[in-house]
Structures are given as C-alpha cells and as structure tokens.
Design a protein around this ligand. Structure first.
Ligand code: PLP
Length: 440
C-alpha cells in the first residue's frame, strides 16, 4: 500500500475527510495530498513523488518553499526569543515598508490571516461611518467570514428589480439576520452598483471588493468601473475597501491599487506578505484608521497579531519585492506560461483560454471570448468543469500540482518567485501532451 493511502486511511479516523482543513481536500484526487517536504518550486508527496507546485500554499508561498532569506529571518526570531507579544523596532520597520509600498497605507495594523483582517476592515468601515450596510460583489471571496461570505462558490442568486443579487451564503451556519446588511452586486456592472447605492443612500458603511477576483479564475475590474466606484464612494462618504489578500505583492509594485491607479480607503493584505508565515495587515487612510484602539474605540488586537517571526519574514518579503528587477522575473515567467498555454490550447483545438496577471492565473476551459472574463455570469455560462477535471487529473499524474477545491467556477493557480524559466518550459511540454490527450 502506498504511504499516501496509509496516511489517508488513518487520518480519516481522526479528521473529517482525512484533513485538518476542508480546503486541503483535493476533489480531483478525492483525498488530500500528504506531503513529505517542499523546496523552491517543488513539493514532494509522502510517496516521494515530486510536483512543480502551481498551488503555492493557496498563494501564501509566493516566495516559494524554504526560501533561504526567509529561513534566515525565522532563525533570527528564534534567537530573539521567538514570541514575546510585544512590539519591537522590527514591527515599526515593517509598517514603514508597507507605507512606502502600498499607496493607501498611511497607517498600518497587523493581524494573522486574510479572514481576520477583512473582518476588521468591515468593522472599521462601520465604526468610521456609523452605518451598517456593506456592498460586495458576486463571485468575490473574503475568507471564512460569515459577515460577507456570500455568492462565491458558483451560486447564482436571483436579481431584484434594481439588479441586486440575492444573498446565498457559502456556508451553512450563517445567521439569516447577517444577510440584512449585505448587498450583492455583479462586478463591473456600474448601473446596478449605482442603483444599489441610490436605494440605500445614507445607510452604507463600505464597499468591499477584490480588485482582481483571482478566487474564481482571474476576473479583473475594468479600470473605468473601479474609478467610478471610487468616485461614488468619495461622494457618498462610503469607505472603499480593497481585499488585496491575493493580489498583494503578486501583481505589480504597489499591488492592485497601484496597477489600477485607484487608492482605496482601506486595504487588506495577507498570504504573500508573510512568505508562508502567518501575518496579515490592514492598511488605510489615517483618518479612517484612527477609529482603532487605543485612539478610538474600535478594537483590533490579538495574542498572536504581529508575532515576531512573521514580522521578520515579512520584512524580507517586502524588501525582495522592492528590489528593482523583482517584477521583471515574474512578468517574464507569466508571459511565457500564459502565452504558451494559450498557444497550446489553440494548437490542439481546446476551447477556452488562460488569463493571468502577475503570478496568478485562471484557466477558462470552454470560455472562448476573453472579454467574458470581466463578467462572472457570462464566463460561468460556458465554463467547462468536465474539461477542468480531466486536465487536473492528467496534470497531477504528470507531476504538476494544480489544486482543486471542487468549486463550480474556474479555480486559480499560481507560481512563485522561485519558479524558473526551466520549470515553465517543463510545464509547457507537459501541457502539450495533456492537451493532445484531452482532444483524443
Ligand atoms: N481574502 C481573499 C481575497 C482570499 O483569497 C482569502 C483566502 O483565500 C482570504 C481573504 C482569507 O484569507 P485566509 O485564508 O488567510 O484567512
């Protein structure tokens, strides 16, 4: 019996589904993949099989696995006492780096995870405005936060007469009353957004969005849409929140807010900023952030927030991202991988396309028109789950790890800073064979 099977059989006796986290169940494998180790761009499973990693720790391993500079930073924390629940000069150094790098970061507060930090962002928006309603967008994901966890996993709510989408919670256990203060709108649909703001005038605390929704492929904002949302939020006194948990660091210097040239009032970061160590950050305009304790009476704190080890690794991540040629490497890999995949799909007559920005991408099997990527519903209409499944099974077989949580919308994949052009070439050669097989 394989070691993988052995671990799975035993793990099921203690864990639901054989995994300590639901998201680690790989629906293509119909079990979790148990690992032995990971290094650079590779993960090694319990049976010793190596994969080029296109999951990259749900995006947290953007700097690859076991990066020597991050190891060094973690060791420094070990030498300092590793956990004190105190501030150090390094906390201040990290906040300064955020301030220099992210346009909205006049003030910074740390947290542990993307989920926690988006919860805090919503709390801050409500405290600052004294209002309750939050507008969010269909398909967007903001963590396991039932305050805003609706309509992500392929569910399509009915639209009402002003174009608002019915809230469908992504998890059981959400109190119905939470839904009363959440309005859902289609992304890039300016008319519905304007009507929604008008209908709830004077009651809206915040607008929460993923500037590029990588959580169901790669659904970018149209620049004009985002600019108009910014304009309306400023006019109406609504706090604009960018959830940059995925886009943060991965796309461009300054992340999505710099890419679009639209500065939100608040932005949340996690995943890549810690290089695999748990840290998140709420960044925002001074005036809005001043509702936080100890100045204000909005609480955002915790035993592990700003723990020393992630603070030190995050400093290294930020420094690496600020090096002048950092994004040249990302862009070169991205162009070769996405351009190569699109050419191969064409060569083998596979319907669909790949869209990526920076180090994250979605594969839209069945979606022929790339313009549909701006429209979650339209892309969903022609998206082919069956092709994705066949592709993922073959990729795993051939040593390419593409994670699948079993959602109905395109999953998102990514590479790391430690991926090389050789990794991409190996990958494209494998895809050539896989696409040919898929056509047979
Ligand atoms: N926000 C976005 C955009 C995310 O993609 C995620 C996780 O995938 C989260 C928030 C939640 O982050 P975490 O898993 O660190 O709680």
């Amino acid at each position: 019996m394989s070691k993988l099977q052995e671990i799975y059989d035993e793990a099921r006796q203690y864990f639901i589904g054989g995994a300590s986290a639901g998201g680690r169940f790989n629906s293509t494998l119909q079990q979790p993949l148990y690992l032995k180790s990971a290094s650079g761009s590779r993960i090694i499973d319990a049976d010793g099989k190596a994969y080029i990693d296109y999951h990259t720790g749900s995006g947290a391993a953007f700097f690859g696995h076991n990066h020597p500079r991050l190891r060094e930073a973690a060791e420094k924390a070990m030498d300092m006492g590793f956990f004190m629940n105190f501030e150090t000069e390094y906390h201040k150094e990290l906040a300064k780096l955020f301030h220099e790098f992210f346009p909205c970061a006049e003030r910074v507060r740390f947290s542990n995870s993307g989920t926690e930090v988006t919860m805090a962002a919503v709390r801050v928006a409500r405290a600052y405005t004294g209002k309750d309603i939050v507008i969010r967008f269909e398909g967007h994901f903001h963590g396991m936060n039932e305050l805003v966890w609706y309509n992500h996993n392929g569910a399509r709510g009915k639209k009402n007469d002003i174009g608002e989408v019915e809230n469908i919670s992504d998890t059981a256990g959400t109190p119905q009353c939470f839904s009363e203060v959440i309005r859902n709108v289609e992304y890039n649909d300016l008319e519905s957004f304007e009507r929604c703001v008008e209908a709830h005038k004077g009651q809206i605390a915040g607008v929460l969005l993923e500037p590029v929704s990588f959580n169901c492929g790669c659904y970018p904002a149209q620049k004009a849409f985002l600019e108009k949302v910014r304009e309306i939020c400023s006019r109406e006194g609504i706090v604009l929140i960018f959830d940059e948990v995925i886009t943060g660091l991965r796309m461009r210097p300054g992340s999505a807010q710099a890419y679009y040239g639209v500065t939100p009032d608040l932005a949340t970061f996690a995943k890549a900023i810690g290089g695999g160590f748990p840290i998140a950050a709420l960044c925002g305009k001074k005036e809005v952030m001043e509702v936080l304790n100890p100045l204000g009476r909005t609480i955002m704190s915790g035993t592990y927030t700003g723990a020393l080890m992630p603070v030190l690794t995050s400093i290294e991540c930020m420094k690496m991202a600020m090096e002048p040629d950092f994004y040249d490497h990302i862009d070169a890999l991205a162009d070769t991988l996405y351009g190569g995949m699109n050419a191969l799909m064409k060569k083998h007559g596979i319907p669909g396309h790949v869209r990526g920005i920076g180090a994250r991408f979605g594969i839209y099997f069945g979606v022929e028109n790339p313009e549909d990527d701006y429209n979650w519903r339209k892309a969903g209409d022609s998206y082919r789950c069956d092709m994705t499944k066949s592709f993922l099974i073959k990729s795993l077989r051939d040593g390419l790890y593409m994670h699948d949580c079993g959602q109905a919308a395109p999953a998102h994949y990514g590479f790391s800073v430690q991926h090389t052009m050789e990794d991409i070439e190996i990958t494209l050669n494998k895809f050539d064979k896989i696409f040919k097989e898929m056509k047979e």
